[in-house]
Design a protein around this ligand. Structure first.
Ligand code: FAD
Length: 287
């Protein structure tokens, strides 16, 4: 099925990320969430790929459902424990289905593997994709304004980011952050290092403080102290947490767009409510 791309006058791009549901109820719920968010006419929806390839079929199915309902879909992809042959076959499969965008990652290494699983850095995956499918795919990569938790230094982070671009990445999506200065400084440093691709901020709406705090510790994203204090003060009052979250994340998005960010990529956590509220606050449908 052919798909249409939103092209705004300013070329600002917007995308929404889902994770593949594990149950039939989850699949039905995601179809409804996708339907709601498709009304906002984003450039594409991406679907994550579980650590170690654990969601290989689920990711493919969710991507197909999105693609078949008329939206552009971008599967995330990493080696996990798969062989090169398996990955090439998955890439060719996506190509034959008419998918033309991939998010290429090293992926998180599943716990309990004792580090014995073979894994490939993202630049190696990009080289493989380019070797087998030329320029067919627009390749997105991940980058980290607050630095990947395993990076040796800021400079080494930028160095390996550049390696992914040199291998053929077309654009990048950042890990989420709540400090816009971290993003602007990172973009400036990337430009100084010769990285010219668009760097799109990843935006995480706030719906649950406990899970956000846990996840942020793992992925190296900082929740500023003033936000932490405020969120903690709400205790179990989820309505207040969500209202505060929508307010601060709207302000963050405003600063990013005003400061020249080329778009926004929302980590939806398979919910349409918070993203739609932020979208409406930003009046993005009117632009
Ligand atoms: P790389 O770019 O390969 O970097 C990983 C680390 O190794 C960095 O510290 C880097 O500095 C270093 N490094 C990079 N290349 C080399 C090299 N050649 N030699 C030595 N060191 C090197 N995880 C999932 O499991 N599934 C997903 O779907 C998923 N989607 C994501 C989407 C986005 C937008 C983001 C920001 C993250 C996502 N992640 C996902 C998390 C991501 O997989 C982890 O952060 C992972 O630890 C790193 O992946 P990467 O592609 O950035 O790795």
């Amino acid at each position: 099925m052919s798909t249409t791309n939103k092209s705004s006058a300013t070329d600002t791009r917007f995308s929404f990320e889902f994770f593949p549901p594990k149950t039939d109820v989850g699949v039905q719920k995601l179809a409804l969430v996708h339907k709601q968010l498709a009304l906002l006419n984003p450039d594409f929806f991406s679907v994550t790929y579980g650590a170690g390839g654990s969601t290989r079929d689920g990711t493919r199915q969710a991507v197909l459902n999105i693609h078949n309902s008329g939206s552009n879909a971008a599967p995330h992809l990493s080696f996990g424990g798969s062989s090169e042959q398996e990955i090439v076959s998955l890439i060719n499969d996506y190509k034959s289905l008419g998918i033309n965008r991939l998010v290429a990652l090293r992926g998180d290494i599943p716990s309990g593997t004792g580090g014995t699983n073979s894994f490939y850095y993202a630049n190696e995956l990009i080289e493989l994709i380019r070797r087998h499918t030329g320029d067919h795919f627009h390749i997105e990569v991940a980058c980290y304004p607050e630095i990947h938790p395993k990076s040796d230094s800021f400079d080494s982070d930028i160095h390996y980011f550049k390696k992914k671009v040199d291998a053929g990445a077309n654009s990048a999506i950042t890990q989420y952050f709540y400090n816009p200065e971290a993003y602007f400084y990172y973009v400036e440093s990337a430009r100084a290092a010769g990285i010219e691709v668009p760097i799109v901020p990843g935006i995480m709406p706030i719906t649950n403080y406990t899970s956000l705090a846990r996840f942020s510790t793992n992925c190296g994203a900082e929740i500023p102290r003033w936000m932490r204090q405020r969120l903690q003060s709400y205790g179990d009052d989820t309505q207040s947490i969500q209202a505060f979250g929508i307010e601060v994340v709207t302000q963050l998005c405003e600063k990013l767009l005003e400061g020249g960010a080329p778009g926004l990529h929302f980590y939806t956590m398979n919910q349409d409510g918070p993203v739609s509220a932020i979208w409406n606050n930003l009046r993005l449908s009117e632009k």
